[in-house]
Design a binder for this molecule. Structure first.
Ligand code: ADP
Ligand code: F6P
Length: 479
């Protein structure tokens, strides 16, 4: 069998491959870990499983040949420059992303974007059909690929299809705004099982099927009844997690610990190091956090070099206008605070607009006394779970927005509503001032939760739910 014609019992499909292809100015090609929580989680699930991963290599143009990486077979899908603009930046990130995140910024609706979304979803479905063995398990991910389950079912009725939503699923009042709502729900209902981050997300989906498609629903199950297709589809919550053991081991390595110490020293050994780590996205509440911190600086409740705030803002979706505006706003605010409150050698806010290797991230988590996670809406927020995982010393404190999926699991965090700036300021101060002994108790409980509910358990639960989904697909494979 030629290497490009291999067939797999497990096929994962996500908009991005776990690695992006990067070409330097002198034409040298390298592969770099792709941004975001989906890749962090699925990379550790797929490592050393004999499976295929279908996804985009992160640049416009022809797709590279399939290749093997850490035991996974990567099958790149090509996107043209127009498709990157209309399917990825347009429909995925300027239509769906705002609608699925409470319309924090307005959504744009363009019929041509949806046409491209359909076209690219079909290309993904065809690539999946090509690499899936007879009766394979196909695991589709996230909002960029919502039509894929239905398309795969048409092409390959023999396979079992699951879809997992890494982001929130919106209330029906917001979802209903989408002119393509019917196509999206029907696309998703092509799956045998649908997994969501929170119970509320799964309920929103089931309600949308009932109210917008008029389908019968019972508990977490939707009945699909068409002349050619009569099935029941289950939609339930399986919150995602991280590779607790792997990340904790990395945090414990002497090199990581030495780096954490070095980071603190280079920041002037502050009494309290506060840290934020987010993709530079308007959902993450970075502006609210900076506003609250600015007021604490103005009120002299915090002051450099005694308190130091480091904000890592990871570059993201840089050609989408809302992201460009956000960057200008955040960088303007950081500049303003630094102008007003920094001293020579002691900036009020250290702002870093870069991606870092995993060890550097673990060292930052280990160095930070307080992690600020203040999204206005976030499916899960793996950064919160990574922080508690790295704190094998039981040090540190987590300030956590109630609008994250993580809030439903990490009950011992200092919980905040980021819209309530006074409450946010109080949450930050409580995280700084609570006695260490009490903070260790809280951290211990959160670590136990993440250790018991790690990414392997998440994947096992998803795959079990998929395997035991109400009805098995028809057995015949195409000739
Ligand atoms: P999202 O999927 O919306 O980006 P998550 O918090 O769930 O949010 O996941 C973000 C992932 O990206 C985490 O694994 C985090 O460690 C990683 N990450 C975030 N910023 C950086 C960065 N600057 N460098 C490297 N990894 C980063
Ligand atoms: O889950 C949210 C998500 O869109 C993932 O699909 C992806 O891992 C991450 O955010 C990063 O976004 P992008 O792939 O657009 O850079």
């Amino acid at each position: 069998m030629s290497p490009s014609k291999r067939a797999f019992d497990l096929v994962v499909a996500a908009n991005r491959l776990p690695v992006d292809r990067v070409v330097s100015a002198d034409g040298e090609v390298s592969w770099r870990t792709s941004p975001g929580g989906l890749v962090t989680a699925m990379e550790s699930v797929m490592r050393d499983r004999d499976g295929a991963w279908v996804g985009w290599a992160g640049e416009a143009g022809e797709a590279p040949e399939p290749f093997e990486e850490q035991g996974m077979w990567l099958r790149p899908v090509a996107l043209s420059e127009d498709e990157v603009k209309q399917y990825y930046e347009g429909f995925s990130n300027d239509t769906l992303w705002p609608i699925y995140h409470d319309v924090i910024v307005g959504a744009s609706f363009h019929r041509q974007w949806f046409t491209q979304y359909e076209k690219v979803n079909r290309r993904f479905a065809e690539a999946i059909a090509e690499v899936a063995a007879k009766g394979a398990t196909v695991w589709v991910h996230d909002y960029q690929l919502q039509l894929v389950p239905g398309m795969v079912r048409e092409l390959r009725p023999d396979v079992r299809i699951g879809w997992f939503d890494h982001i929130p699923f919106p209330p029906v009042e917001l979802f209903a705004q989408l002119p393509w709502r019917r196509a999206i729900l029907e696309g998703l209902l092509g799956a045998d099982y649908l997994g969501f981050q929170r119970v509320a997300d799964a309920q929103n989906f089931v309600r949308a099927c009932r109210q917008l498609l008029g389908l019968q629903t019972r508990g977490d199950t939707v009945s699909v009844s068409r002349a050619d297709d009569s099935r029941r589809v289950r939609a339930s919550a399986v919150p995602i997690s991280i590779d607790f053991k792997g990340l904790e081991a990395l945090a414990k390595e002497p090199e990581t610990r030495a780096r954490a110490k070095e980071i603190r020293e280079s920041l002037g050994d502050p009494e309290t190091l506060l840290l934020g780590v987010d993709r530079l996205d308007y959902t993450k509440g970075i502006g609210h956090r900076i506003k609250a911190y600015g007021e604490l600086l103005a009120e002299d409740k915090v002051a450099p070099p005694r308190e130091v705030f480091v904000q890592v803002a990871t570059p993201s979706r840089e050609r989408v206008e809302a992201y460009q505006q956000l960057r200008a706003e955040i960088e303007g605010e950081v500049g303003r605070l630094n102008g007003e409150f920094s001293r020579i050698g002691a900036p009020a806010v250290q702002y870093l607009h870069h991606s870092y290797p995993r060890r550097e991230m673990a060292a930052l988590f280990l160095a930070a006394d307080v992690l600020l996670v203040t999204p206005l809406r976030d499916g899960m927020n793996l950064v919160a779970k990574e922080y508690v995982t790295c704190r094998y010393d039981e040090g540190g404190a987590l300030v956590l927005s109630e609008f994250t999926g993580a809030f439903h699991e990490l009950h011992q965090a200092f919980v905040v509503n980021p819209h309530d700036i006074e409450g946010l300021k109080q949450g930050i101060m409580r995280a700084i001032e609570t006695p260490d002994k009490e903070k260790r108790r809280l951290m211990r409980a959160m670590r136990r939760r993440v250790a018991d509910h790690d990414v392997q358990r998440w994947a096992a639960r998803f795959l079990e739910n998929l395997a035991s989904a109400p009805e098995r697909p028809a057995p015949a494979a195409p000739s």
